[in-house]
Design a protein around this ligand. Structure first.
Ligand code: SF4
Length: 297
């Protein structure tokens, strides 16, 4: 049975706006995440191995958001709301709960811009609201001459291969369904891009896979792309490093020594790898004319 909790606050002001996501505020309708990505940064003892077991609906979210946005709008504190930073706003449960949809209605009412990040095609249901927000929202003053759009929709991928996705994102909608949702988003004229966070070393960041991904995304007419490499934390049984290394041992045993070596002492891939990764991404973004920014160009 789904757990329900009462949140103290639902809209969180960020300390600093991220240069990619442009988040002034974050909003998480759910606590924990049933998509259960092995590499998820929210993993760890708080949610356990199966994050779905800890999934909770924030039952007072709509009322709280309305109160918080009323105050922010009164003070003209318009800013981009990222939905979501620590869960997915379109978990399977959202199909019946419709909580994210109600929150978007509140956001539209108060005319705040929004950046939706998801691994699900359920967002197609709410394209009407995203279109309306894109038309009616008010950007923060310092972004008004840098952005044309006010609703941004980013689909997140670590791979576009359904079989690989099933290993590393076992609860999420298949990558092929996300690609189809991008087609529908573009057909509706939504400003839409892709977050490749994280690409999986030697699995989805090979030259062949990268070319396939960039070709695919270019053909889908996305507007931006945010690539990043893998970060893993912790040695506890519930931590992302343990879970990813276990999956590598099972499905990619040839890669295990390399993963073990790289993540033995650090949570990130080595500096030389990250430098080469960054250079490669810049080249691909240039070659495929896919900017890695939301800003107008
Ligand atoms: S969809 Fe996002 S929040 Fe949910 S498990 Fe995956 S990475 Fe974590």
């Amino acid at each position: 049975m789904t757990q329900r909790i009462s949140a103290k606050s639902i809209l969180h002001k960020t300390k600093r706006r991220d240069s990619w996501f442009l988040d002034d505020y974050t909003l998480n309708p759910y606590s924990s995440c049933s998509f259960n990505c092995l590499y998820c940064y929210t993993r760890g003892s708080k949610y356990g191995i199966n994050m779905e077991e800890k999934l909770s609906v924030k039952e007072n979210a709509v009322e709280l958001l309305d109160k918080q946005l009323t105050l922010r709008a009164r003070k003209q504190q318009y800013g981009i709301i990222v939905l979501s930073s620590a869960t997915d706003p379109y978990l399977h449960i959202e199909a019946s709960e419709k909580l994210t949809r109600q929150l978007l209605e509140v956001i539209l009412h108060h005319r705040f811009p929004v950046h939706v990040l998801t691994k699900s095609d359920l967002v197609v249901r709410d394209f009407d609201l995203l279109k309306a927000i894109d038309k009616q929202a008010i950007l923060p003053v310092d972004l008004q001459d840098k952005l044309t759009h006010k609703a941004f929709l980013s689909f997140s991928f670590s791979t576009i291969d359904d079989a690989v996705g099933h290993i590393f994102e076992p609860g999420a909608t298949a990558p092929s369904a996300r690609l189809s949702a991008i087609t529908q988003a573009r057909a509706r004229g939504l400003h839409c891009g892709v977050s490749l966070m994280p690409l999986l070393p030697f699995i989805s960041d090979t030259t062949a896979q990268l070319d396939l991904m960039f070709q695919t995304f270019q053909a889908l007419d996305i507007s931006y792309i945010f690539p990043a490499t893998l970060t893993l934390h912790g040695n506890d049984i519930t931590d992302s490093k343990t879970l990813v290394l276990r999956a590598i041992a099972k499905h990619y045993p040839d890669l295990l020594p390399r993963y073990q070596h790289y993540f033995a002492v650090d949570s990130q891939m080595p500096a030389y790898y990250r430098k080469a990764f960054s250079k490669k991404m810049q080249e691909l973004c240039h070659e495929y004319q896919l900017p890695n920014t939301l800003f107008d160009r």
